[in-house]
Design a protein around this ligand. Structure first.
Ligand code: GLN
Length: 451
């Protein structure tokens, strides 16, 4: 049924970069055979899923939305892919994304944009716009995203779906193509809070193949999603997540959500987190710096594309020609920025300062979580904007992540879930819930209560 739905709508939506029809049907049949033989089934047996094209899949293309990896077939599965298969999930294919997960609209994909199923002329968010669009268009009931600065939560918000950025280290990064390694985190996307929890439980957990993976039990997310409640909870509203640039309808729906939380028995606490105002600036030094280092491996020798290798050119020239042809503008912009910020003489002024700001943001969160159990905010300042509107204005694009980035810098967990439609444009608004590290269960408890 989901393959038929993809056939009917994906030409317009363009959520998928690769549809694995044969593989999906084979997996589904294998689940049937297991069932018929009376074998034990995995926890998500037979449930179809759309996988962001940033996770390696053995024998299936993995492009990260870039021409530089066009034609590359990974020889191994990411830990997350392995876990999905072990849970008997049916992987439908790989979803569209901003190249190397850099963007907020999926317009930076080398393979063309994805439409927002609510209005195909608008962006589905980014970088994981393919995954969120697949959910909103009913092409898949579950999807996987990655969130370096908001790429799970912002697409969830603008498509009226649920997305969770687990605690940094909660889901293995092994086999997830690196953008900014100290920020990147894979996580679950779904249409309901409970569905997201069921997927979260399957993909989370310690992995010796990822040195930053947390060696501790997975927070009890499914139990929390089943027992949603905010009674007696202290919920923070941060002064810095409001003001100029926020759409009136977004603010209205957010305020109504706060009233709802109160009426359900929560106590609302106003918080001041002054360092949050610096988060975007710190992020756009740290993320490009790490990206400039990570993307050095795309040298035309190891993977994918190779341009100009005609026997007359030096290796350096082939690398330069390949990168020129294989990387898009936003990737080049970030590699240049990052290389500059890390260069000797500038390191302390840029990268070093950004790391100090990162510590201040972490401290703001620590102080906040002495007073409250979770923090709520709008997920994004506006609803889905028209395709093309911000494509030539990187600063305007970066502002889409104003509310999501502090969480990545601190490494704690956050969810976006729908909280109604903005009256002025009828488009979905996202409510963000932020919890301390390894307290991801609180997201589900609160999310299930307000859903
Ligand atoms: N939009 C942000 C960026 O462009 C976040 C991307 C992400 O979370 N992968 O870097």
């Amino acid at each position: 049924a989901h393959l038929a739905r993809i056939d009917a709508v994906d030409e317009k939506v363009h959520a998928f970069l690769h549809i694995d029809r044969e593989g999906a049907l084979a997996q589904a049949r294998a689940v049937d055979a297991k069932k018929a033989a009376g074998e034990k089934l995995g926890p998500l047996a037979g449930v179809p899923l759309a996988l962001k094209d940033i996770f390696t899949t053995e024998g299936m293309p993995t492009t990260v939305g870039s021409k530089i990896l066009e034609g590359w077939i990974p020889p191994y599965d990411a830990t997350l892919t392995k876990k999905l298969k072990a849970a008997d999930v049916v992987i439908l294919g790989k979803t569209n994304m901003d190249e190397f997960a850099m963007g907020s609209s999926t317009e930076n994909s080398a393979y063309g944009p994805t439409g927002n199923p609510w209005d195909l002329t608008r962006i589905p968010g980014g970088s994981g716009g393919g995954s969120s669009a697949a959910l909103a268009s009913y092409e898949a009931p579950l999807a996987i995203g990655t969130d370096t600065g908001g790429s799970i939560r912002q697409p969830a918000a603008v498509t009226g779906t649920v997305g969770v950025k687990p605690t940094y280290g909660g889901v293995s990064r092994y086999g997830m193509v690196a953008f900014s390694s100290s920020l990147d985190q894979g996580g679950p996307c779904a249409r309901t809070v409970l569905d997201a929890a069921l997927l979260h439980e399957v993909i989370a957990g310690h992995d010796p193949m990822d040195s930053t993976s947390i060696d501790a039990p997975v927070p009890p997310v499914v139990e929390a999603a089943r027992s949603g409640s905010v009674d007696g909870m202290r919920i923070g509203v941060v002064k810095q997540f409001a003001g100029e640039g926020y759409q009136a309808g977004v603010v209205q729906r957010f305020n109504e959500s706060v009233e709802l939380l109160k009426s359900l028995g929560a106590t609302i606490v106003e918080l001041d987190c002054p360092s949050f105002d610096l988060a975007l600036s710190a992020y756009y030094l740290i993320a490009p710096s790490e990206c400039s280092s990570n993307l050095a491996r795309f040298d035309a020798m190891r993977y994918g594309l190779r341009v100009g290798d005609d026997g007359t050119r030096s290796a350096e020239d082939v690398t330069a020609l390949t990168r020129e042809a294989g990387f898009g503008d936003e990737v080049k912009r970030r590699v240049i920025l990052g290389t500059y910020a890390l260069s000797s003489g500038y390191y302390d002024a840029y990268y070093g300062s950004a790391q100090k700001v990162r510590t201040l943001i972490t401290q703001d969160f620590e102080k906040a979580f002495e007073q409250v159990d979770v923090i709520v905010s709008p997920t994004t300042p506006t609803t889905a904007f028209p395709i093309g509107e911000r494509a030539d204005d990187p600063m305007a694009m970066y502002l889409a992540d104003l509310c999501t980035i502090p969480t990545n810098l601190a490494g704690n967990s956050a969810m976006s879930l729908p909280c109604g439609l903005a009256p002025e444009d009828g488009l979905p608004v996202g409510l963000q819930i932020i919890a301390p590290a390894m307290k991801d269960d609180r997201l589900y408890k609160v999310g299930a209560a307000v859903e």
